[in-house]
Design a binder for this molecule. Sequence first.
Ligand code: DP6
Length: 327
Amino acid sequence: MKIKVKSPANIAFIKYWGQADHRLTLPCNSSFSMNLSNCSVTVEIEKTQSLSDSRLFIKEYEAVDYIENTTSAYKKTMKFFKTAQDFLGKKAEFGIKVKSSITFPRSAGIASSAAYFSALALGFSKLLEVELDKKQLSILARLSGSGSACRSVPDGFVLWHKGRSSETSFAESLADPDYWQITDLVLILSKTSKKVESAEGHLKADTSPLFAERLYGVEKRLKLMLTAFKHKDLELFGHLVESEALSMHAVMMSQKPNLYYWSTKTFALLRRITALRQKNGLPVYFTIDAGANIHLITERRFLKQIISEFSAFLTISNKSAKGAEVI
Ligand code: DP6
């Protein structure tokens, strides 16, 4: 039996940073995101005969072949396979062979783990022959420990309700991919992996003196952003997206130990984006996850012009996409 699943990465407009419950991966605030059409992970899962025979093969961005991975990615996959069995209430009487390939640089602030673990959540539930609805599947993806994976399960534009328990912390689609022609043009400034994983960073978010202030402001921003989203008000939406990214990075930079994900290139480009808006009137806004790369948020009709402004960079252009699916 072989299952093939494709799942998108997602970009958060309202970010998830900090956990209310580490064991259950419950976030301190709700978050809002869009699935990315051209940044995805495909996994192929196959049963192997003996329980002890489990292997993981990974094909990196731009690589030709799969390479066997025996280190941390393997351990995380096996740990999640166990979590999935507990969640689904079914024991696997077999081992697994997983092959995974990715369309973008891993660990560079483009949510590769979100795409990977949401794909595994769907793949494992199919392998164990348990049908889950999207809500339950998002909960299972969240329990992988890569919380934002839950947002890659539903389609299009997705809200992750922070909840107060495992059952109430889930993601749901607020609109289909074609609701609004929002585009995310990722500027790849660096292909190297981030030094501190988000999982580690979340644990220390509350050591920042700005964290309590952020939690107060983020609820207001989310409410306002959903209004901007409803009216497709790009200007208000974009300004909120930027404020939100800056708020999260201010917390990251001021938590202990400090987390600086930006590079000098990132900083220089932020100024350029603001200038493009002010001088050329181009409605383009930035957001940044846990990495140096920048996501440029705009509407599709402005994309050509924006790409020409950033032609010196490697870019990946994304529209909103469906969530995890069997292919
Ligand atoms: C900065 O713990 O879900 O991207 O396991 O690295 O995928 P990974 O991250 P996770 O935290 C995501 C943090 C964030 C903001 C966001 O996507 O909301």
